[in-house]
Design a protein around this ligand. Structure first.
Ligand code: NAP
Length: 283
């Protein structure tokens, strides 16, 4: 049976560290503040927003919600971003994406002040991830994958890591971040041939393909570590990952659960970035 790499303990450790930072900020009369901007009523956005708000309340982080109608104009959204950019009380901004099709996402994403870009939305922050320079904040989900490996003392240096998925949100940035940690990274996607053979050779598999249960028993072998980034809802309405957990867990040596794995740590990382942004703003 595999070791379960629970996100609970990782997020608790992150929360503990940031709680002491929050207390220090409070002594200076500073409350870290997250602005949450949502366009429309997407269920998964609302559910993530609810979780983020609960986390803010538990930790003593302030939050403000800016909710726009699904047909709001691009100019309206830009004006909200300019408002939070200019508001010295706001330290971090979470904008739900993808944005509605009538909006120019690139223009909107880059309108955000990079110093408040706590989820790596701007090209400036992404550039930092790809150049290996410390610009802005890395995206929360890829950082959550690394935080889990780190928490469970799983080194990346010299390891063969296979990332399944090449999106700009997860696959590509996590690959760059692993490369920075001296892993040997192979990125797989829908056109990859012999993907099962490639995955089987890995020491660590990061599954981020956005398809329920793609990584099955034919992708894995004994001794591997599997990080499941996926968040899917199956036919029974249950949350599940990109890994077929029932088939894979008995074979590998360690695996993250869904729910309670990467997703849980992602919100903790978001909170950490807001607190870090508040600390930087106070310098
Ligand atoms: P995405 O934009 O849909 O990208 C999926 C990637 O996976 C694409 O590069 C695609 O390849 C590849 N892919 C799809 N099916 C594949 C298959 N059968 N074999 C190999 N590669 C395949 O998804 P994303 O935004 O990166 O998200 C990935 C997953 O992470 C989703 O389940 C999402 O819900 C989850 N997620 C979780 C969190 C969290 O906090 N835990 C945050 C964000 C996302 P092509 O490029 O060739 O099309």
């Amino acid at each position: 049976m595999a070791e379960i790499l629970s996100g609970k303990f990782v997020s608790e450790a992150i929360n503990k560290a940031i709680s002491s930072d929050i207390q220090k900020l409070m002594k200076k009369n500073i409350t870290p503040l997250l602005a949450i901007i949502r366009v429309g009523e997407n269920d998964s956005d609302i559910s993530y927003e609810r979780g983020a708000i609960k986390r803010c309340e538990n930790l003593g982080i302030g939050y403000r919600q800016y909710i726009l109608a699904h047909d709001a104009s691009e100019e309206k959204l830009i004006s909200v971003i300019e408002e939070v950019n200019n508001d010295r009380d706001v330290h971090g901004v979470l904008l739900f994406r993808p944005l509605p099709k009538h909006m120019n996402s690139t223009r909107i994403e880059n309108a955000l002040d990079p110093s408040k870009d706590v989820d790596c939305m701007t090209e400036a922050s992404l550039c930092g991830v790809f150049t290996g320079k410390d610009v802005g904040y890395p995206p929360c989900t890829p950082e959550a994958c690394l935080a889990i490996l780190d928490h469970y003392d799983i080194p990346c240096e010299g390891k063969n890591i296979v990332v399944i998925g090449r999106s700009l949100v997860v696959g590509k940035p996590v690959s760059m971040m692993l490369l920075k940690k001296n892993a040997t990274v192979t990125i797989c996607h829908t056109r990859t041939k012999n993907i099962c053979d490639i995955a089987k050779k890995a020491d660590i598999i990061i599954a981020a393909c956005g398809r329920e249960g793609v990584v099955g028993s034919d992708y894995v072998r004994e001794g591997q570590i599997v990080i499941d980034v996926g968040i899917n809802v199956n036919a029974l309405g249950k949350l599940c990952g990109d890994v077929d957990y029932t088939a894979v867990e008995p074979i590998v040596s360690a695996i993250t659960p869904v729910p309670g794995g990467v997703g849980r740590v992602t919100t903790a990382i978001l909170m950490k970035h807001v607190v870090d942004a508040a600390i930087k703003a106070a310098l």
